[in-house]
Design a binder for this molecule. Structure first.
Ligand SMILES: Nc1nc2c(ncn2[C@@H]2O[C@H](COP(=O)(O)OP(=O)(O)O)[C@@H](O)[C@H]2O)c(=O)[nH]1
Ligand SMILES: [Mg+2]
Length: 460
């Protein structure tokens, strides 16, 4: 029909030429956020320059020409992700891992996506892709939004009383037991309890390697002076002190909500949650159960009535929909990072394990992945005592020769007691592969392209 084509063209031409997509990138401790952001930027820039850096994403974009540039910072008030310094570390000889950073920062990329065929004359669309490096500790404040003080206190105390935590939390637990029934709202008691609780959280993180620790801002405080309402701790008693602690908890929740609506952190419409699941398998049953609980709580907080947020944004409770900007979260990707520590055969199991830990439904706005942002190893069949084992090999940081590694069999679901009778070995810290051409051809990765293709499916 001769008349229909111009109509269609006109409709497309009416599409907004600029779209802003903000991806929150978060993860439990040392999950690999900086490596992820550096690799995303390097590989998108390389793909935009016509190199085959992200095959799955390029396949999604089809034949449409696209180019990528680092977006100018303009007058933005968000600290920028120091891409140049992080890439320089990876591209150095010998390669180094990017320096440890804890500050919140933003990586912004400017994408221009053109049209093909009959639509080729149309002006290219301009899409600004923003990746926000979001502290993992704060992620664990999300479940608080749906829990009152009593329910939260009960859950925290149950976790603290488990053997692996109880010895570290002994002083705090002793303090709680020593509180008189119906204790009055006394500031000295409140601050003493708070100090003990906070010290216990820090040690649980640093000494026991636990990550399901709340409130997250006790470990990673927001910038600026600390308001008095930070001074609380979990407590299931009744009376004046309990009332004061409850009020402070409510003020804390209100501030979490407000922060999530603030321009800096709000408007997140996709989320990547990274977890070093292999390290948790190595750390043993208690640490693994902790990771499992943390991921489960985060996944549940991001869900509503069994459906993923993005799919049912209009049915969300309003505080949740507007807070975080979660109402607008169209997609969530949960990913096990550093999957180059195991061979291809095991990476499928690793993704299945992440799916089980987060209960991600099959067909949904949420996906489960096993990725390596910065691939350090190659797969390799190791003949050990007459058996062939799917292992990996790479260069260990600071060593000249290649090291073989086989940490153990990765379970495809949360493992039972029999799994823990064999140690799951700690993978060595591998050196990133040498990047030719200063990284301009991208960074070798595993599954990063599939994750991005899922996350940005509708954008490209
Ligand atoms: N083998 C391997 N190691 C990784 C990868 N990503 C991160 N790592 C390791 O994990 C460490 C922490 O990563 P980083 O990105 O700084 O974590 P962050 O604290 O979440 O920002 C790095 O220094 C690397 O040793 C990866 O893709 N493969
Ligand atoms: Mg970092």
């Amino acid at each position: 029909m001769a008349g229909s084509a111009p109509g269609t063209l006109a409709q497309i031409a009416e599409l907004p030429v600029t779209r802003r997509v903000r991806v929150g990138v978060t993860g439990l401790a040392r999950a690999g956020k900086t490596a992820f952001l550096t690799s995303v930027a390097a590989n998108l820039l390389a793909a935009g320059a016509g190199m085959a850096a992200l095959p799955a994403l390029a396949a999604r974009a089809g034949a449409r020409p696209f180019s990528v540039a680092l977006a100018p910072a303009g007058a933005s008030d968000m600290p920028r992700f120091d891409y140049a310094a992080h890439l320089a570390a990876l591209a150095a000889d010998p390669p180094r891992w990017p320096a440890r950073t804890d500050a919140v920062s933003l990586l912004a990329l400017d994408l221009r996506v053109g049209w093909t065929g009959l639509l080729a004359p149309l002006p290219a669309r301009r899409i600004v892709l923003e990746f926000l490096d979001y502290p993992g500790e704060w992620l664990l404040d999300l479940p608080l939004l749906g829990q009152d003080f009593r329910a939260w206190s009960q859950a925290v105390l149950r976790r603290l009383e488990r053997p692996e935590a109880a010895s570290i939390a002994r002083e705090f637990l002793g303090f709680l037991r020593g509180l008189p029934a119906g204790a009055a709202a006394d500031e000295a008691l409140a601050s003493a309890g708070h100090a003990l609780y906070r010290a216990a959280l820090l040690r649980l993180r640093d000494e026991a390697g636990l990550s399901f620790l709340q409130p997250g801002r006790f470990l990673m405080p927001a910038p600026g002076p600390e308001p008095p309402w930070m001074g609380f701790f979990p407590h299931t008693g009744e009376g004046g002190l309990a009332g004061l602690l409850r009020e402070r908890y409510e003020a804390y929740r209100a501030s979490v909500r407000a922060a999530m609506q603030a321009p800096a952190f709000g408007r997140v419409d996709r989320l990547v949650v990274l977890a070093d699941v292999l390290a948790a398998l190595h750390a043993g049953p208690a640490a693994f159960a902790d990771t499992e609980a943390a991921l489960g709580a985060v996944a549940r907080a991001l869900r509503w009535r069994g459906s993923w947020l993005g799919a049912l944004a209009d049915q969300l409770p309003s505080w949740l929909a507007s807070g975080l900007g979660v109402g607008g979260i169209a997609r969530v990707a949960f990913a096990a990072s550093k999957s180059d520590h195991v061979a291809e055969r095991q990476r499928g199991n690793l993704a299945a394990l992440v799916r089980a830990l987060t209960e991600v439904p099959d067909q949904a706005a949420a996906g489960a992945f096993a990725i390596a942002s910065v691939r350090c190893t190659e797969d390799f069949v190791w003949s050990l005592e007459g058996r062939n084992i799917s292992a990996v090999r790479g260069r260990v940081l600071g060593e000249a020769r290649l090291t073989r590694s086989y940490p153990g069999e990765v379970p495809d679901r949360p493992p039972g007691p029999e799994f823990w009778t064999h140690a799951f070995l700690a993978p060595p810290v591998f050196e990133p592969m040498r990047l030719p051409d200063g990284g301009r051809a991208g960074v070798p990765q595993i599954g990063l392209d599939a994750l991005l293709a899922f996350l940005l499916e509708d954008v490209l």
